[in-house]
Design a protein around this ligand. Structure first.
Ligand SMILES: C[S@@+](CC[C@H](N)C(=O)[O-])C[C@H]1O[C@@H](n2cnc3c(N)ncnc32)[C@H](O)[C@@H]1O
Length: 332
């Protein structure tokens, strides 16, 4: 709602306990136009957003799609059937898979299927139950190609911890599917603050980066034997790198204010060119904590304020935290 207000709009929102689903009703203007105007760009907590009209109810079990799409006229370049994540919706997972192929078939029949057309939006069919659904659309740049925004990551066999998935997902979402091939190259260097047992260091090593792994705890045996991993037993808040590095990553469990200020100090001093890090959120007032982190980040940058942008996202593999990416504004 704050985003809508900042863009000069108004409206109201509705949620249901535990449903993982938020409906926003703009008081004026077309929902798709709000999305196209980037009003909800780069959301922190929602994993998927689409502009829909009212939900359609009483869909017959033997033909849900035709009545749902009866008045749909917009050509689309992709189409997903998905559902929210709460307990009430979890049982619908199989049905979303069964309907995806037929949905594309119906769109083809009606000459509304334009795969590969970057200007055509993605269609989102969101099941609320077996007989009720919303149909909507979102510009490709604001919507995930994965149903529900949940990435199907290849299993990271060999990674010393599940945390590795957080960095993998963060690199995809925040750095970008193609940009990460430019930003992570063999021969680059990184610091991993709070590295043990080494899931994040392991991901960086897969990309060929040399890593200073800073942690008093033990690293996994494979990383201990790796000549391109320097295990630094030190306090991450006071350790200084021997030379400027390409990357800073950080998975410290500490106050978000302390961590974000540490990241900004590194960037201000030129110790790293970009940073990807986790911020552990308090139980309550999480949006306020996110906004506080943004303010502290720019304040700590001092004379460098504005030169770096900060994007944050609550990833699928995150728990009580958000993942943040700080990079020069020319790119972020
Ligand atoms: C969540 S774990 C990191 C997991 C790691 N990213 C991985 O993928 O395996 C947090 C780590 O931060 C370390 N840590 C906490 N405070 C620290 C500090 N002040 N300096 C260095 N390491 C610290 C802990 O020892 C712990 O190993």
């Amino acid at each position: 709602m704050q985003r809508l207000g900042d863009a000069g709009g108004h409206g109201h929102a509705r949620t249901r306990d535990g449903a993982g689903l938020l409906e926003v009703f703009p008081g004026a203007g077309d929902a798709l136009a709000w999305l196209e105007a980037d009003t909800f760009a780069d959301p922190v907590f929602p994993r998927q957003i689409s502009a829909t009209s009212a939900a359609v109810s009483d869909l017959p079990a033997d033909d849900r799609l035709r009545p749902l799409l009866a008045s749909w006229q917009l050509p689309v370049s992709d189409a997903l059937v998905e559902t929210a994540e709460g307990d009430a919706h979890r049982a619908l997972g199989k049905l979303t898979q069964r309907l995806t192929g037929p949905l594309k078939g119906v769109l083809q029949e009606r000459a509304l299927w334009r795969p590969g057309d970057p200007s055509a939006p993605r269609m989102h069919v969101t099941l609320d139950s077996g007989s009720r659904a919303w149909v909507g659309a979102a510009p490709l740049r604001h919507s995930s190609a994965f149903p529900g925004g949940i990435p199907r990551l290849r299993r990271l066999g060999g990674a010393p911890s599940r945390s590795a998935l957080k960095l993998e997902e963060g690199l995809r979402w925040l750095v970008g599917e193609s940009q990460r091939y430019l930003e992570l190259r063999s021969g680059m260097t990184a610091a991993d603050l709070g590295a043990a047992p080494g899931g994040w260091t392991w991901v960086l090593r897969q990309w060929g980066l040399g890593v200073f792994a800073v942690d008093n705890g033990a690293l996994a045996p494979g990383l201990r034997a790796d000549p391109d991993v320097v295990h630094v037993r030190a306090d991450a808040f006071t350790w200084e790198p021997p030379r400027p590095l390409d990357w800073l990553v950080c998975d410290l469990v500490d106050k978000p204010a302390r961590v974000v200020e540490l990241m900004a100090r590194w960037l201000r001093r030129g110790w790293a060119r970009q940073a990807l890090f986790n911020l552990k959120l308090p139980m309550r007032r999480r949006w306020a904590a996110v906004q506080d982190a943004e303010r502290r980040f720019q304040r700590t940058l001092g004379a460098e304020a504005g030169r770096f942008g900060l994007r944050m996202r609550h990833l699928y593999h995150d728990r009580e935290e958000v993942t943040a990416y700080a990079a020069p504004t020319s790119r972020n």
